[in-house]
Design a protein around this ligand. Structure first.
Ligand code: AMP
Length: 398
């Protein structure tokens, strides 16, 4: 059976078509500039068909989906002969609030609940809903499944997710920590458990999803017990453009001093901060590593801050879990930057955790990089959120 996986943003829509008999991607692509023109890049993976990479008018997500279907089924660029060959559609949805602790088959009621979660994910949930609605219209015969970024973290204990503010705000406004990147943390922690070859209930795994957005999760017995992101993906580690955790009083202070609104400060913390804000170079870690190597002091400082904060969270999660059987690195930076992994793990030598220098010299593939005598095993595990979405979609439509 083929499963179409959709990741809809406000002006973009990524897709992958999986053949789930072999769990392989047969086509993938990206619609960009939806609503402000439109561009479609469609890449057939199987069958030797050519790539399509052109401007296409896409006033809304509905036209984006129509174009994707047209390309998937076209004689020249297609990989399937008709719409009937799409057995189900899986959607990445950012915020499931506290209503969804696992993936769910989409019906009108589920759409209403995702809509109710819009105040919690004001940028992403409306876009995710546009993708869902467009697919329901375009492929009415295919069941649709929602897979939430927040779901894996719903097992956190109350003391980890309740913010120490008046409790009524949790009761009245659902104000709490939710956590994100859950699909990635779920996938790589499950792979780590397989590699550990220990009874599941005894396993203590720390998963570091380090990319443009970054978060860490503490996973005990396969269940998430804490994570660094919060009500929104702004909390926790410094990221490409996000500040991560800072003193909340900074917001009013900056607003007063710079004469900008609170909303503008939040935008700055989301879009102009993190390693971009400190380095002044780029939000891309490759550029920052290159600038630091060229002698840029602020690029060096941005990296130092990122490594230091990551180290602090790993250290705190070793405390939370009472030790760590595995520490996992994943996502763009975690999978591809030996320098980042070494800068963090080398500082844990004092508590008996070490990386192997040679083995650490690996990029983008599954690898164990544990140093001799290390109390924790260290893994690089490429994440695959789309595959998890496709698998969940099959499971929920059985
Ligand atoms: P992601 O959000 O998971 O796609 O990760 C994107 C981030 O990973 C960007 O900041 C990239 O610069 C970083 N990244 C990807 N490849 C490398 C690499 N070879 N070395 C350092 N950083 C990398």
């Amino acid at each position: 059976m083929n499963v179409l996986v959709i990741n809809a943003g406000s002006s973009s829509l990524k897709y992958q078509l999986f053949d789930m008999d072999t769990e392989t991607v047969v086509a993938k692509g990206l619609c960009e500039r939806i609503g402000i023109g439109g561009h479609l890049k469609h890449t057939p993976v199987a069958g030797g068909k050519p790539e399509f990479d052109e401007d296409v008018e896409m006033p809304t997500h509905a036209e984006a989906i129509s174009n994707v279907i047209e390309k998937l089924t076209s004689e020249r660029y297609g990989v399937i002969s008709s719409l009937d060959e799409i057995g189900a559609v899986g959607h990445r949805v950012l915020h499931g609030g506290k209503k969804f602790s696992e993936s769910v088959l989409i019906d009108d009621n589920v759409i209403d609940v995702i809509e109710e979660c819009v105040p919690l994910g004001p940028l992403h949930n409306p876009a995710n809903l546009m993708g869902i609605r467009a697919c329901r219209l375009a492929i009415p015969s295919a069941p649709q499944v929602a897979v939430f970024d927040t779901a894996f973290h719903q097992t956190m204990p109350e003391y980890a997710y309740i913010y120490p503010v008046p409790y009524r705000y949790y009761e009245e406004y659902d104000l709490r920590r939710y956590g994100f990147h859950g699909t990635s943390h779920r996938y790589v922690s499950a792979r780590a458990v397989e590699l550990l070859d220990m009874p599941l209930e005894d396993t203590r795994v720390i998963t570091c999803h380090l990319g443009n957005g970054s978060s860490i999760a503490a996973v005990k017995g396969g269940k998430c017990v804490d994570t660094t992101m919060g009500l929104t993906p702004l909390e926790g580690l410094p990221m490409g453009t996000r500040s991560g955790s800072i003193d909340p009083a900074v917001i009013k202070y900056l607003s007063d001093r710079a004469g900008i609104s609170l909303g503008e400060v939040i935008t700055i913390l989301n879009k102009e901060s993190g390693v971009l804000g400190v380095s002044g170079v780029s939000s891309d870690f490759r550029d920052i590593e290159a600038a630091a190597a060229d002698g840029s002091a602020r690029a060096r400082l941005a990296l130092d801050i990122f490594h230091y904060q990551t180290l602090k969270y790993i250290g705190s999660y070793i405390g939370v879990l009472g030790g760590a059987d595995a520490i996992v690195f994943t996502a763009g930076l975690g999978e591809n930057s030996p320098a980042t992994r070494a800068a963090i793990i080398d500082r844990l030598g004092g508590i008996g955790i070490a990386i192997d220098k040679e083995k650490n010299n690996t990029r983008g593939k599954l690898a164990e990089i544990t140093g001799e005598g290390s109390l924790s095993r260290i893994f690089v595990i490429p994440t695959n959120e789309e595959l998890v979405i496709a698998r969940d979609t099959i499971q929920k439509t059985k």
